[in-house]
Design a protein around this ligand. Structure first.
Ligand SMILES: [Fe+2]
Ligand SMILES: [Fe+2]
Length: 150
């Protein structure tokens, strides 16, 4: 079955997003280690692994479709000086992921590509979970999680 080129476009756009997410979480993990916060570093590294697995899933589907993976320009990692800066950057990142997979899913459904719709839906569910974890960790009241690493 030949794949709709716009579906390939969504797979590629998603790959670009995921590789940017890997870069952001790994870079924040490096900073967290420099701050001596190994627990935070480990949780950021775990996030990077999740996003890397997403990139791998997308690559599998590109390659099954006969297309060599070709991510676009990866966004610079958003860092910051505090845990709350990280969380704000990561909330933005995960919100972008959710929007992207919602649009990709809508497209796959429109062109009746049930296989790719299932892929995008699975990834959407995981990105929503990432977003919920961030929102649960950072009540607007601030307080305990706020650390300044200057
Ligand atoms: Fe992801
Ligand atoms: Fe994510």
């Amino acid at each position: 079955m030949s794949t709709d080129p716009r579906t390939i476009g969504w797979l590629s756009r998603a790959l670009t997003h995921e590789l940017g997410a890997v870069q952001q979480y790994l870079a924040q993990g490096v900073l967290a280690r420099l701050w001596g916060d190994d627990g935070l570093a480990q949780s950021l590294e775990k996030n990077a692994q999740d996003e890397l697995r997403h990139a791998q899933v997308l690559m599998e589907h590109l390659i099954y479709a006969g297309v060599a993976p070709a991510a676009g320009q990866i966004a610079p990692a958003r860092l910051g000086r505090t845990l709350s800066d990280f969380m704000e950057s990561n909330r933005l990142l995960e919100t972008q992921a959710v929007r992207l997979y919602q649009q990709a899913l809508a497209h796959a459904q429109r062109v009746r590509d049930a296989g790719r719709a299932a892929v995008f839906e699975g990834l959407l569910r995981e990105e929503l979970e990432h977003l919920h974890v961030i929102n649960d960790q950072n009540p607007q009241s601030g307080g305990g999680l706020e650390k300044n690493h200057d």
